[in-house]
Design a protein around this ligand. Structure first.
Ligand SMILES: Cc1cc2nc3c(=O)[nH]c(=O)nc-3n(C[C@H](O)[C@H](O)[C@H](O)COP(=O)(O)OP(=O)(O)OC[C@H]3O[C@@H](n4cnc5c(N)ncnc54)[C@H](O)[C@@H]3O)c2cc1C
Length: 491
């Protein structure tokens, strides 16, 4: 999506094909942080941290309606932790320079508990406060799609790339198939860029069936709880879990998301499923640090995502670099792998520099450092219910004004109104009930049971808007339920 924005805003004729829905892959399943990566600082990867901190600042500047400043507390239980993390975070502040989100601070025990009241008090010595960014990943993906369209790109979901076209040994386009009606298309292009995340090797193999794999997959899961388990706006960061990772508990859309894990998996899947041991790992760690422990029945949703990590010899996935990597095949397929959400703009710029050179369009320069993302609004009140639509918020409110029934909630336990579903169908290429409940709204991630209960209402609203029949409604509800059951915790 970032590449489509970069390409279209440079003035290149651009088409993006997505097999499922926008952000159906890893990009709707992140920890929702726009961050430099305190962990990478611990690992000594200064280049990655520096680049990510710069991109964090640019993203906040260009999409202030979606990226907000998030305060984090690192609780300290051992004497050396306060100076160790405190000094590390001063370096983090310094590296962010003028794009910093606010200075870090040493906290005593009382100050730490005031910011994170549910922290376990026993042996707590103090803490360190620092700042990073937080966002809604699928919403940013949708707004990037809309930004690309605003600049003339064609962006299509549910169109899968099934093969590559070649002339004189060089790639000159793709063969694509409509996932709904099976219709096939041949699309010519000067340059084809493979940015398919965990599925990158499938496209690489379409080019050369003997090609070495570019990536490995590492699964990370998150558990979602009600806000009472972190009754403040400050997130908690645990710098070292039993397997040497960091753990976050972050407020998000009035819930708390806790994650993540790092489990090597052998197969890419569009719907990865959380493993029992991953769930237990997170529950054990949450209980260790919180005074009021959540139980398994308090988990509102569990979601899993797969990291597309650049292949290395390391057996420990958390040690594999999060840097991005660009590969160009003999037939000039350009593949970009690795990286993270925070650095998507730089990834896009790097790959497009190669693409414009190959297409003989080197005069078309990157403009995304200062390009507003669709929905841009200078000031955002993050407490208003529809804030994440940015400048589109007013249009949705007008819908409700014209038809007050659209102001009704789709479910009493969810913050979403019916107008959002209609808006999604009309303006955001929302094609299925799952698109509506997992990525246009985030219902499935916030409360899986409530999302399942709202599927019939959402299906009926969509069917009316899209001219679909009763059979479509039944089919859509069934398909959604079979996906959503994996977000419920069956203990
Ligand atoms: C658990 C977890 C937590 C994370 N947390 C953070 C975080 O807090 N902050 C951060 O910056 N980063 C985070 N990341 C990293 C970040 O989410 C990923 O780096 C990023 O989302 C990858 O995006 P992508 O576009 O490469 O892949 P994807 O989002 O998977 O997109 C690839 C798309 O290609 C499509 N596709 C596949 N095959 C085809 C085909 N044949 N034809 C057409 N389309 C196809 C797929 O359907 C998919 O939608 C996290 C990752 C994980 C797993």
């Amino acid at each position: 999506m970032g590449i489509a924005v970069d390409a279209a805003s440079r003035g290149c004729k651009t088409i993006l094909l997505e097999k499922y829905d926008f952000a159906k892959g890893t990009s709707s399943r992140s920890t929702k942080l726009v961050h430099g990566g305190v962990r990478y600082l611990q690992q000594g990867n200064l280049k990655l941290v520096m680049e990510a901190l710069k991109e964090r600042g640019l993203l906040k500047k260009n999409a202030p309606h979606l990226v907000k400043n998030q305060a984090f507390v690192i609780p300290n239980y051992k004497w050396w932790e306060n100076p160790f993390y405190g000094i590390g975070l001063k370096v983090y502040d310094w590296m962010a320079g003028s794009l910093g989100f606010g200075p870090s601070q040493f906290l005593n025990k009382e100050e730490t508990l005031a910011l994170a009241p549910n922290l376990d008090e026993e042996d707590l010595r103090g803490g360190v406060l620092y700042h990073d960014g937080q966002f809604d990943d699928a919403r940013l993906a949708i707004h990037l799609a809309m930004t690309a369209v605003d600049h003339g790109a064609t962006i299509l979901n549910y169109i899968s790339v099934e093969g590559l076209m070649k002339a004189d040994g060089n790639i000159c386009g793709v063969k694509a198939k409509d996932s709904f009606d099976g219709k096939e298309y041949e699309i010519k292009a000067k340059v084809v860029i493979n940015a398919t995340g965990i599925f990158s090797d499938d496209i690489v193999k379409m080019d050369d069936k003997n090609a070495e794999p570019l990536i490995t997959h590492s699964q990370g899961i998150h558990l979602v709880f009600d806000k009472e388990y972190l009754p403040s706006d400050t997130a908690i960061m645990i710098p070292r879990t039993d397997d040497g990772r960091v753990l976050f508990a972050v407020p998000w859309h009035n819930k708390i998301i806790v994650g993540t894990t790092d489990t090597l998996v052998s197969k890419a899947s569009e719907e990865p499923v959380a493993l029992k041991e991953e769930i237990e790992f997170l529950m054990q760690h949450v209980s260790r640090y919180l005074r009021k422990d959540p139980s398994y029945t308090d988990v509102r949703s569990v979601f899993a995502g797969l990291r597309p990590l650049v292949k290395s010899n390391s057996k420990i996935t958390s040690a594999i670099s999060r840097d991005h990597h660009i590969a160009i095949s003999d037939s000039e397929l350009i593949s970009i792998t690795g990286g993270k959400w925070t650095t998507y703009r730089k990834m896009a710029e790097d790959v497009m520099e190669i693409a414009v050179h190959k297409a003989g369009m080197s005069d078309k320069e990157c403009v995304t450092k200062n390009l507003h993302i669709h929905g841009y609004k200078k000031t955002t009140d993050y407490t208003t219910p529809l804030y994440y639509y940015g400048s589109d918020e007013g249009a949705i409110q007008t819908m409700v004004k014209n038809n007050p029934a659209l102001g009704e909630l789709i479910h009493p336990a969810l913050p979403y109104i019916k107008a959002e579903i209609i808006w999604a169908v009309q303006y955001e290429l929302c094609m299925t009930v799952e698109d509506a409940l997992a990525r246009r709204t985030r219902a499935l991630l916030l409360d899986a049971k409530a999302a399942i209960e709202s599927a019939p209402v959402v299906a009926a609203l969509m069917a009316k808007e899209m001219g679909k029949d009763e059979l479509w409604i039944i089919e859509q509800i069934n398909i959604f339920n079979s996906v959503a059951k994996n977000y419920l915790l069956n203990y």
